[in-house]
Design a protein around this ligand. Structure first.
Ligand code: ATP
Length: 358
C-alpha cells in the first residue's frame, strides 16, 4: 500500500505539442492517501485511461512526476510498480478452477502455500465465491468471472495500489448494484489504496470516499460525493452529477443581485466577481412548485417512482424540478421558487458566490 502523488502531470500523444489542445492531460496535481478509496470520473475522452496508464507505467508522461511513498516511479516499468489492475473484461484462466485462478498471482510470486490457502479462502468468502472454488472458471456466469478477476487483484496484500478500470461494464444492470456494494465492503475490510475509473456517476459516488472529476484532460473538482452534489465548483460538475443534473440557467447581473428572464433571484450569498458570463446553478431537488414565484409552463413530466420530474419552461430556458406532489398537467401554468441557500452563481463556468449556508 502506498501514498500516491501526481506532480504537475501533463501528457501529449503528439511528439511536439504546441497548444493546450495537443494535450490529453494537463497539469494534474493529486495526492492519494494510503488506504483511500478514490474514483476518477469523467466522460469518454477526458483522459482517464491516459492517467491510469501513467500510474501503471504503460505510458511515460510528457511532463511531471509520479511518486509512490515519496519515491519517484515515473520511469519505472509496470512490473516494478507492484500494482494490481482489474480491467473491463474478466482476465482469468478458463481451464483453471476458481481456487487456482485466485491463487495464481500468489503462487507466481512464490508465496507460502499456507498463506495462499488462507488468503484465497478469505477473498473468495468476501466475494461470495466460496461455494464455487472447485469449479472450472469457464463454466461460470459473466459476473462470477468478473468477481474472479477482482479477486485476483485483491488477493495480494503487497500491492501499492489496486486500479479498477470500468470493471462493471460487462455486468448485467441488476447485478451491478450488488458488485458495487461488494467492492465498497471489500475496501472497508482490506485497507488497500483503490482507484476506480468510470464514466458512471453512480459507480463513482457509491464506491469512493473522494471523487476526482475530469473534463478535457483537466481536473475540475476533487471532493466527497456530498461536496460534488451540494457545491459543484464548475457548471460541468453540476450538470454531470445528479439525475437529472443541476439546472444551469442564464442570468443577468443587476445593481443589487441577479435576474433570470427578468425575475430577481436570491443567491446563496454574495457574488465574488462582477465580470464574466453569469449563470445560476440550482439542483432540481431545490426548485419548488409554489403559488407565487417565477411563472413557468409545464412542458414534460416523468414519473420516477417516489418523485416526479417536471420539465418547466421559463422563457427559452428549461428548468427541471423534482417534486413529490402529484404531476401537474402538461401545458399547466405553475410558479417556481429557487431555494436561495442552494442557488449558486457561476461566472464563465466557475463558482462565483460564497457565504451560503447550504
Ligand atoms: P474512455 O472512457 O473512452 O476510455 P478516457 O477518459 O479514458 O476515455 P483517454 O482514452 O485517456 O480518455 O483519451 C484522452 C484523449 O487522448 C482523447 O482525446 C483521445 O482521443 C486521446 N488519445 C488516447 N489514446 C491515444 C493515442 N494512443 N494516440 C493519440 N491520441 C490518443
Amino acid at each position: 500500500m502506498a501514498e500516491i502523488v501526481l506532480e504537475r502531470l501533463s501528457h501529449s500523444y503528439f511528439p511536439n505539442p504546441s497548444s493546450t489542445r495537443d494535450y490529453a492531460l494537463r497539469n494534474i496535481e493529486l495526492k492519494w492517501s494510503d488506504g483511500g478509496a478514490y474514483a476518477l470520473l469523467g466522460p469518454s475522452g477526458c483522459g482517464k485511461s491516459t492517467l491510469l496508464n501513467i500510474i501503471s507505467g504503460l505510458l511515460n508522461p510528457t511532463e511531471g512526476r509520479v511518486l509512490f511513498d515519496k519515491k519517484d516511479v515515473t520511469h519505472l516499468p509496470p512490473d516494478k510498480r507492484n500494482i494490481a489492475q482489474v480491467f473491463q473484461f474478466p482476465v482469468i484462466y478458463d481451464t483453471m478452477t476458481v481456487y487456482d485462478n485466485l491463487a495464481f498471482p500468489l503462487r507466481n510470486r512464490g508465496v507460502d502455500s499456507q498463506f495462499i490457502d488462507q488468503r484465497v479462502r478469505a477473498i473468495a468468502s468476501m466475494l461470495e465465491l466460496d461455494s464455487r472454488l472447485s469449479l472450472r472458471a469457464a463454466n461460470l456466469a459473466p459476473d462470477d468471472k468478473q468477481k474472479i478477476s477482482m479477486g485476483r487483484g485483491l488477493v495480494r496484500d503487497d500491492v501499492n495500489v489496486i486500479m479498477f478500470d470500468e470493471p462493471l461494464t460487462v455486468i448485467d444492470p441488476e447485478l451491478k448494484w450488488k458488485l458495487r456494494s461488494k467492492l465498497k465492503e471489500l475496501h472497508q475490510n482490506i485497507s488497500l489504496t483503490m482507484i476506480y475509473v468510470t464514466h458512471d456517476q453512480t459507480e463513482a459516488l457509491t464506491f469512493a470516499d473522494e471523487v476526482i472529476v475530469m473534463q478535457d484532460g483537466e481536473i475540475v473538482q476533487v471532493g466527497t460525493p456530498i461536496e460534488l452534489f451540494e457545491r459543484p465548483l464548475h457548471t460541468f460538475v453540476g450538470h454531470f452529477i445528479g439525475s437529472p443534473g443541476m439546472n444551469i440557467l442564464p442570468v443577468e447581473m443587476t445593481g443589487n443581485g441577479v435576474c433570470f428572464h427578468g425575475h430577481p433571484v436570491a443567491l446563496e450569498g454574495t457574488a465574488t466577481t462582477k465580470t464574466g458570463k453569469f449563470e445560476i446553478g440550482i439542483r432540481p431537488e431545490f426548485v419548488k412548485v409554489c403559488s407565487s414565484g417565477i411563472p413557468a409552463k409545464v412542458h414534460k413530466t416523468a414519473d420516477i417512482g417516489r418523485h416526479t420530474v417536471i420539465e418547466a419552461q421559463v422563457g427559452v430556458s428549461s428548468v427541471n424540478v423534482i417534486s413529490s406532489g402529484p404531476p401537474p398537467a402538461l401545458g399547466a401554468h405553475i410558479h417556481l421558487e429557487f431555494i436561495p441557500e442552494h442557488t449558486r452563481l457561476y461566472a464563465d463556468g466557475w463558482i462565483a458566490s460564497e457565504g451560503g449556508s447550504g
